[in-house]
Design a protein around this ligand. Structure first.
Ligand code: BF8
Ligand code: SF4
Length: 652
């Protein structure tokens, strides 16, 4: 394979954002102003202080994998073309990409592992604070996994399902992951089998990726890219799917409900507690104890306790309990700047160390809870599922104490609150469609796609990037696609952005959806018993809940008997920031999905790696990477990809 359309120069151009800044959302803007007045340094300030970021790093051309380096390859061909060991740009870029994915896969799989342990503890009767909330989901999983349920009680079934999950972290044989077997459409499974991508043990996969990318191991970029696909599959099946499935068993499958979002959900007269991070094993307990101790808050003069969510754990409690979603990742600092937040309780992932410095300027207690996530200046109260109630009670009482020290002079909560319909699990979508066709629920959806009323669907997922946020890439991309009759599903911090923009309301359907999409959503709204249409953007949960999007795609592909790459669907992470987004994106590429991203992933230092991911991969898994900063152009390109699939299916 030779280099074709992509080269390093293109990447340098891509790093210059093409869309014009149009400013932050109103709530963020007001709080950034407040921070400025109060001398608080925010992520935007720290980004500016970084100056021009390292071009070698942006292109993936820097290697620090041994002490003969660090080595850098000159993208212009005038300086070194290999590291001290002889590693070329192709090798270095592919190795770096694999290591980025390891960061993501380790995060999601360890999250899943923790949840599996909690379910195991429930099965063994060791955890008093937790139970199986969704017996139906447990039994559905048991059936798929081949766990016998006859003559067993719920706890025994829970134990066996948890052990099936834990097998995926400890298997020594070459058998594929249980969650690959139960989640992967047959057509995809066959492709993966042919390519040697059937991962057996997620932890072994992570270890192997680190091993093979050290100095003096795998130098073949093609072989390394196959390892990248394996890492994506380990993340998707062993991380995302296991986490979502077992969280649903423990805490319930989400169902549509109306909730409130934005920073205006903080309440001046309440004790405000924000849960931030990813693991609902903690946040669900905090929510429970906040309710139990509501009267305690009244004793210190507050009107009650108000729990709000930040980032993905916020999505977990939003989709299951309707707890308000206050802030995405780029607003977490701003939640403290309101001066009204009494405690921010954090667990794992996406928690900026800066939160502690900002909290120290107010009365806010930043409380870390996980032994491997400590932040200087934060109060550490170790969480342990075995002492869940005791710890959650202590944390909520800390927040009540902190409220007493709140300085009313420093409080400013922007008057910005938005309604949103959330909780679109696959189960809920299928239940709704069953009202139209009880025997073949996916058929009505397939019919409206075939008729062209809905042209296709795009999952817009991922993070807010301080590099791109003031261009509102995510909102603009979504609106452009809706106008083209493309249904949108959303997860993660992107779901906050789109909810805050008002795109999860029936009114948004009337305002932004194209005529065909509007007609379908209006009909669905009637079947759902709503006064108006369904919203045009469906909130499917947290970032691990990207598994729900994969489930929906797989269900449609299996119902039609086609490979997912044939479906008029695509994914987009228009402002991604984390390594987790890279591994999730790779999982969807492995499934055969077209994936758009911005900013540019660090692959353009290798014309070969860029060529494989943006062009060649579609002949291998069916997936394709699109890199595009301009949201309107990105919408055009995603729409084109959808139309191409439609043409291949013989649809207008
Ligand atoms: O896992 S969207 S900033 S919070 S990585 Fe992080 Fe990105 Fe937010 Fe959830 Ni997902
Ligand atoms: Fe340089 Fe090779 Fe060592 Fe990387 S592994 S730092 S390219 S010598």
């Amino acid at each position: 394979m030779s280099s074709k359309s992509s080269n390093s120069f293109q990447a340098l151009r891509l790093e210059v954002p093409l869309a014009k800044p149009i400013g932050l959302d109103e709530a963020s803007r007001l709080l950034v102003e407040k921070a400025k007045k109060e001398g608080i340094v925010l992520e935007y300030d720290r980004l500016a202080l970084q100056g021009v970021q390292c071009g070698f790093g942006l292109l993936g051309l820097c290697c620090r994998n041994c002490y003969m380096g660090p080595c850098r390859i000159d993208p212009f061909g005038e300086g070194p073309s290999a590291g001290v060991c002889g590693a070329t740009a192709d090798t270095i870029v592919a190795r770096n990409l694999l290591r980025e994915e390891v960061g993501g896969t380790a995060s999601h799989t360890e999250h899943a592992y923790e949840v599996a342990h909690v379910l195991k503890g429930v099965g063994l009767g060791l955890l008093k604070g937790y139970s199986v909330t969704d017996v139906e989901k447990l039994y559905a999983l048991a059936e798929k996994l081949g766990v016998e349920t006859k003559g067993k009680d719920v706890r025994e079934v829970a134990l066996e399902v948890a052990e099936k999950a834990l097998e995926d972290f400890s298997r020594t044989e070459k058998e594929p992951l249980n969650w690959i077997k139960i989640k992967t459409p047959k057509t995809v499974y066959e492709t993966w089998e042919k390519l040697g991508l059937l991962v057996s043990n997620v932890y072994a996969e992570i270890a192997n990726a680190m091993h093979r990318s050290t100095m003096g191991n795998d130098a073949d970029p093609t072989n390394l890219l196959l390892a990248c696909l394996r890492q994506g599959i380990a993340d998707g099946c062993g991380g995302l799917h296991i986490a979502t499935d077992l969280q649903d068993v423990l805490f319930g499958v989400p169902r549509p409900r109306e909730a409130l979002v934005s920073l205006g959900t903080l309440k001046a007269d309440h004790v405000n507690i924000a849960v931030h991070g990813h693991n609902p094993v903690l946040s669900m307990k905090i929510a429970e104890w906040a309710m139990k101790l509501n009267d305690e808050a009244k004793k210190v003069g507050a009107a009650g306790i108000n729990v709000v969510g930040i980032c993905c754990t916020g999505n977990e409690v939003l989709e299951r309990l309707g707890i308000p979603g206050a802030a995405h990742n780029s607003q977490a600092e701003l939640a403290i700047v309101t001066g009204a937040l009494d405690a921010m309780v954090v667990d794992i992932q996406c928690i900026f160390p800066s939160l502690s410095q900002i909290a120290s300027c107010y009365h806010t207690k930043l409380i870390t809870t996980v032994p491997f996530v400590k932040i200087p200046g934060a109060q550490h109260i170790e969480f342990d599922p075995e002492r869940a109630d005791e710890v959650a009670e202590k944390i909520v009482r800390e927040a009540i104490e902190a409220y007493k020290k709140r300085d009313p002079e420093k409080v400013f909560i922007p008057n910005v609150v938005q309604r949103a319909i959330v909780g679109f699990s696959v189960e809920a979508i299928v239940e709704l469609l069953k009202k139209i066709d009880p025997d073949d629920p996916l058929k009505p959806l397939i019919d409206v796609i075939a008729e062209g009323k809905i042209k296709g669907a795009v999952g817009i997922v991922g993070c807010p990037s301080p590099k791109l946020r003031d261009q509102r890439i995510t909102e603009r991309l979504a609106k452009s696609l809706l106008a083209k009759d493309v249904l949108i599903v959303a997860t993660g911090c992107t779901a906050y952005i789109l909810a805050q923009e008002g795109l999860m309301t029936p009114e948004a359907t009337m305002k932004h959806a194209g005529p065909g999409l509007r007609e379908v959503l209006s009909l669905l709204g009637k079947f759902a018993g709503l006064d108006g249409p369904l919203p045009p953007v469906w909130h499917m949960g947290s970032c691990v809940d990207n598994s729900r999007i994969a489930d929906l795609i797989s269900a449609l592909a299996e119902r039609l008997g086609v490979h997912p790459s044939k479906l008029p669907v695509a994914g987009s992470a228009p402002e991604f920031i984390t390594e987790k987004a890279v591994s999730i994106g790779t999982y969807f590429l492995a499934l055969g999905i077209t994936v758009h991203v911005a900013p540019a992933p660090r692959i353009f230092g290798s014309p070969y790696v860029a060529y494989v991911l943006t062009e060649k991969l579609k002949d291998i898994t069916g997936g394709r990477l699109i890199v595009e900063y301009d949201p309107e152009r990105a919408a055009e390109r995603l729409y084109e990809a959808i139309l191409e699939k439609r043409r291949e299916l013989g649809l207008a």
